[in-house]
Design a protein around this ligand. Structure first.
Ligand code: GDP
Ligand code: MG
Length: 795
């Protein structure tokens, strides 16, 4: 009996909740737990939702939802009391309420011990063999050619459970193309087995896993029977079963269908999953279909999810993926929905988008994405003794080269080096143009306007502030142009694989590497790029260490100081600074790893086939990053530029020199206030003011140093190649202090935009503030050490 069939006033006990994972989870959270008593408050024929009382409070439940809940009614309990000998032995009168409720509980418990299990797998993977041994039935075993589409049922009595096994016809996929596929799908969705055993042929694992990915989409309770395990052993292949299970979110039980080896463990697992003994045995994962397809899914899924009646029966993600694939059945199902037009338009949009981005149909993009997932999962867990399949696709050939054990790293490093070289060399030209343009514009505006605080605000605060954001845009665009190429061709996934082992040593993940590299360009988009990392711990640590990756904004400061203090070894000094950042990032990752709780959710690094990226895709991905940079940075940097301008401009000392003004402004006062704290590092108050302005954006450090050192007469043009500022700095501070300053600039609080990005991506101010304190602490300690060491080296 199902809950929906109960009449008003009737009482029942819940036996189980059917349905896909997220539906079940929601109902269980509402209190629909097996063994709980429930009463119908109001169930009128045309009324929806039906009103129930459970655990002492009232809940409305849609009729559709109530159909998914299996119950035992009082009526059934009464009948059982009359007929069942065991129950007749219960003390008390027949009508006694206590006796009745005991009978109810007993019946519910008994029914609860009936588990329906379906066997799903490719043809000839050994389903019927497993079925026959487990259920001790005898069905015809052999090559099933799919003439009759039919399921066989058998029963197993195992450890107090009555397990009903259903042997479904073999299928390679769950599309609506063949009668078998349709049949299996209908069976899974309509009869809703409690647990699904996905039988996988271990000697042909790659192809078999394709069906697995579709079952995962359906969000069923899955366990994998890795059958033909004897053949895998025989061939000498190695498979990390535990890891594969982690990655797929299901338990993998090796079995041999011929001998029955592994079947008891398989049944134990089925029971444990059914009883939800350990959430780790089965967790629902989302197969990552890649950036573009995930975007398509995100577009269509909410539209489908608006139809509540679908949600009780299907995982909407599954429906969305199937609908995007152009599945006829799902199309038909959705055709009755009130918002089918919106859904269809959204799909048409996405079809065009995928065509433009990847030059293929939605359907083949989805198939590719599933195989990318399988490739990634197997690359991490499976080692074939004899690679029996001749490898001659283009992807295989390229892979043979770029993942070659000797060449992989050199190729990777060469590519990185080239990208940085190109970013900074090519980027220098537009940077200079923008710089000149902004200066020219500022000058013009200054010329048009009467002198006064408003003109200064406009020119020195707003225009200069905007300029400092704009000037890095070319660098960022170029960097992302190359990164998009590497990502869209499929190379980045391999790179993540190559560094994965190394990254694991510091508690990170291969996917952390790309954001870290991006951090050299600008920390803000790098932090946004950590979204690709599914594991929370890896993601938090990656976010935390990105600020140590010296961004392009810090580069001019290092260039200035290295050029002034180490004119002959500037490149070495620069390299040293960058390496110090990387070193501290690694150390921090190891330290932080000890403090952050791991959610232990491993994930697959997808390995998509190589493909020629389309210009449109590269263009869009590059521009998206540029846009995010401009949006997120423009607002905060601009605000801070104005704030810092304000602090430096007031209180006014009319007629005084710029340096005098700076010294006696608010910011000068703050600089002098913090001076004692930074004095042990060898900094003077002017350098402190530079650091304070650098909190807004690192680019501001130089300009404020420039203002402060602009004491009349001293800051004239010098002709030995140094800029005036460099000469002034050299004259006023020791080498050790300059080194300490570079170290401090490298490590302390990255900038306000990064701060905001950290808050946005982690969702918590707490994280951003903690990180801010942490970076200050590290910066102080390292700069202090650098200063002391510097005093010894350059007395
Ligand atoms: P089904 O199509 O999935 O029902 O597969 P069957 O149960 O009909 O098995 C197909 C063939 O594989 C039969 O010849 C079985 O004897 C054989 N087979 C089943 N399980 C195993 C196994 O674990 N190891 C080996 N070596 N052969 C198996
Ligand atoms: Mg069979």
């Amino acid at each position: 009996m199902v809950l929906a069939d109960l009449a008003t006033g009737e009482k029942a006990v819940i036996v189980r909740v059917h349905g896909h994972g997220s539906f079940r989870k929601r109902l269980i959270e509402m209190g629909f737990i097996k063994g709980k008593e429930i009463r119908v408050v109001l169930n009128a024929p045309l009324r929806d939702p039906i009103e129930y009382e459970i655990l002492g409070y009232r809940i409305g439940l849609r009729r559709e939802e109530a159909r998914q809940i299996e119950v035992v009614t009082e009526q059934e309990a009464l009948e059982a009391l009359r007929s069942d000998e065991h129950l007749q032995a219960l003390p008390g009168d027949l009508e006694d309420a206590q006796r009745l409720s005991r009978a109810l509980a007993h019946l519910a418990e008994e029914r609860n011990r009936n588990i329906r299990v379906a066997l799903v797998g490719n043809p000839n993977c050994g389903k019927t063999s497993l079925f026959n041994i487990a259920a001790s039935a005898h069905e015809h075993v052999g090559n099933y050619s799919g003439v009759t589409v039919d399921a066989k049922e058998g029963h197993v009595r195992y450890k107090d459970y009555d397990i009903t096994l259903v042997d479904l016809p073999g299928t390679y996929s769950l599309s609506a193309y063949s009668p078998e596929e349709l049949y299996v799908r209908k069976n899974l969705l309509e009869t809703m087995p409690d647990v699904v055993i996905n039988v996988v042929d271990a000697s042909n694992i790659e192809r078999n896993l394709y069906l697995t990915t579709q079952l995962i989409d359906m969000n069923l309770r899955l366990v994998m029977a890795l059958n033909m395990y004897d053949e895998l052993r025989h061939k000498g292949d190695e498979l990390d079963i535990k890891q594969l299970g982690y990655l797929l979110g299901m338990t993998v039980c090796p079995t041999v269908g011929r001998t029955g080896e592994g079947i008891p463990e398989l049944l134990d697992t089925v029971i444990a999953i059914y009883e939800q003994a350990d959430p780790k045995l089965a967790r629902h994962i989302h197969i990552n279909h890649g950036k573009e397809l995930e975007r398509s899914i995100k577009h269509v899924q909410p539209l489908i999810a608006q139809n509540e009646e679908l949600k009780a029966h299907y995982s909407t993600r599954y429906l969305t993926i199937k609908y995007l694939e152009g599945d006829r059945e799902v199309e038909e199902q959705l055709s009755g929905m009130p918002n089918i037009q919106d859904i269809a338009f959204a799909r048409a949009d996405e079809a065009v988008n995928i065509w433009e981005m990847m030059e293929c149909s939605l359907e083949s993009a989805i198939v590719d994405a599933k195989y990318a997932f399988i490739q990634g999962a197997l690359a991490e867990t499976y080692k074939q003794f004899h690679a029996d399949r001749p490898r001659h696709t283009i992807t295989d050939k390229i892979d043979a080269l770029v993942t070659n054990q000797w060449l992989a790293f050199p190729i990777f490093l060469l590519l990185l080096w080239f990208i940085f070289w190109a970013t900074f060399t090519i980027g220098q030209y537009p940077m200079d143009w923008i710089d000149a343009g902004v200066n020219w514009f500022g000058g013009k505006v200054a010329g048009w306007m009467p002198a006064g605080w408003f003109r200064d605000l406009l020119v020195d605060g707003i225009i200069a502030g905007c300029g400092s954001v704009l000037v890095f845009l070319p660098n960022i665009l170029i960097l992302y142009f190359f990164i998009s190429i590497l990502e869209d061709t499929g190379y980045m996934s391999r790179a993540a694989f190559i560094v994965d082992k190394l990254m694991h040593r510091i508690g990170l993940h291969g996917k952390s590497f790309i954001p870290m590299v991006m951090g050299f360009g600008c920390n803000v988009p790098a932090i946004m790029a950590t979204r690709a990392i599914e594991n929370r711990k890896s993601r938090l640590i990656t976010i935390a260490i990105i600020p140590f990756m010296s961004c392009a904004g810090r580069l001019p400061i290092f260039l200035l100081f290295a050029g002034a203090f180490f004119p002959h070894n500037a490149a070495t000094a620069l390299m040293g600074i960058y390496l110090l950042g990387v070193l501290l990032a690694i150390l921090s990752a190891m330290v932080l790893g000890k403090f952050i709780k791991d959610d232990e959710l491993p994930f697959v690094m997808e390995l998509p086939p190589y493909r020629m990226p389309t210009a449109k895709a590269i263009g869009r991905h590059t521009w998206e990053m540029g846009k995010q940079y401009l949006q997120k940075m423009a607002t905060t940097i601009l605000l801070f530029s104005i704030a810092i301008w304000f602090l430096g401009y007031f209180p006014r000392h009319e007629g005084a020199t710029a340096a005098y003004q700076q010294e006696h402004s608010y910011i000068g006062m703050v600089g002098k206030t913090v001076e004692p704290a930074l004095e042990p590092l060898g900094f003077n108050w002017m350098m402190d003011v530079g650091l304070l302005t650098g909190i807004g954006a690192k680019e501001l450090v130089i300009s404020s140093l420039g203002v402060m050192y602009a004491q009349e007469g001293e800051l004239t043009e010098v002709d030995d190649g140094d800029t005036a500022l460099q000469a002034a700095l050299k004259a006023s501070i020791p080498v050790a202090a300059a080194v300490a300053y570079m170290v401090f600039v490298l490590l302390y609080f990255p900038c306000i935009a990064t701060f905001v990005a950290i808050k946005n991506e982690t969702g918590k101010w707490r994280w951003a503030i903690l990180l801010c304190l942490y970076t200050f602490l590290v910066a102080w300690i390292c700069a202090f050490a650098a200063f002391r060491l510097g005093l010894l080296l350059w007395p």
